[in-house]
Design a binder for this molecule. Structure first.
Ligand code: ATP
Length: 245
């Protein structure tokens, strides 16, 4: 079971990805450590999504390496990385509208397992639903739910596979204040239990509240990295980020 995999870090080493003449990611080093929340920030077009996709395996880098724990996964497809304990959420929510909230989460539990054990998958799904406060909506069709709920369903689906590394693309988009507070406490709890989390996030206040470590990107490169408070106070970051927000 994926859930039994030990904690692991996710590492990018000198990752490069070009689109035509543009270097969307121009040689980035990044480490998302086990037990920590790492945030990736930067203005539109900085290369955050491209790096994120290189880490998840949906985009193949032109140079550099991606390591999951000690293992080089650069050449592995996204679904193979999922089975090694790497889960992600998407900025664009992709729930199955006719399936119930619970079944949407169950799909995640089954996707992540190397061998599907139906009972274990059901237990992990139930746990993820509870963790995100979705039990009361479990039987409802996902189709009618507001964005805030669907974002939590998406997160529950990622968690149901028992990942050791979780990549989150703007997890708070569309959440209200109560849901955001819950999200922060859930993500903190996951990190405390040894998960490595990497969050792409636009909201500076949320980054300050959530992240232990921040990498700030601009024009395909990391312009500052380190403890959240120091990076957020860095004038280069304020210049690059402030211009876009
Ligand atoms: P945003 O905050 O707007 O999502 P970002 O920091 O995630 O921005 P990317 O989406 O990674 O930035 O884009 C980095 C650069 O790569 C941009 O110049 C973008 O136009 C270019 N780019 C990204 N994806 C593609 C693609 N599939 N084809 C061509 N160019 C792309």
């Amino acid at each position: 079971m994926t859930a039994a995999l030990p904690p692991a870090r996710l590492t990018a080493r000198a990752v490069v990805r070009r689109y035509g003449g543009i270097e969307a990611v121009g040689g980035v080093d990044l480490v998302a450590r086990a037990g920590r929340i790492t945030a990736l920030i930067g203005p539109n077009g900085a290369g955050k999504s491209t790096l994120f996709d290189c880490l998840a395996g949906t985009v193949r880098p032109d140079g550099g390496r991606v390591l999951l724990g000690g293992r080089d996964v650069t050449g592995l497809a996204a679904h193979r990385r999922v089975r090694l304990g790497l889960a992600r959420t998407f900025q664009q929510i992709a729930a199955f509208p006719t399936l119930s909230v619970a079944d949407n989460v169950l799909v995640g539990a089954e996707q992540h397992a190397r061998r599907v054990d139906a009972r274990a998958a059901a237990e992990r799904s139930a746990r993820a639903l509870r963790l995100l406060g979705l039990q009361e909506l479990a039987a409802e069709p996902a189709g009618g739910q507001p964005t805030g709920v669907l974002r939590l369903v998406e997160l529950a689906r990622a968690l149901a596979g028992g990942p050791r590394v979780l990549l989150l693309d703007e997890p708070a988009a569309g959440l209200d204040a109560v849901q955001t507070a819950r999200l922060v406490s859930v993500l903190r709890g996951l990190a405390e239990r040894g998960m490595a989390l990497l969050v792409v996030e636009h909201d500076a206040e949320l980054v300050a509240e959530l992240a232990d470590t921040v990498y700030a990107m601009a024009e395909g490169r990391v312009v500052a990295a380190g403890p959240a408070a120091a990076v957020l106070a860095d004038p280069r970051v304020a210049r690059a980020w402030g211009a876009a927000t």
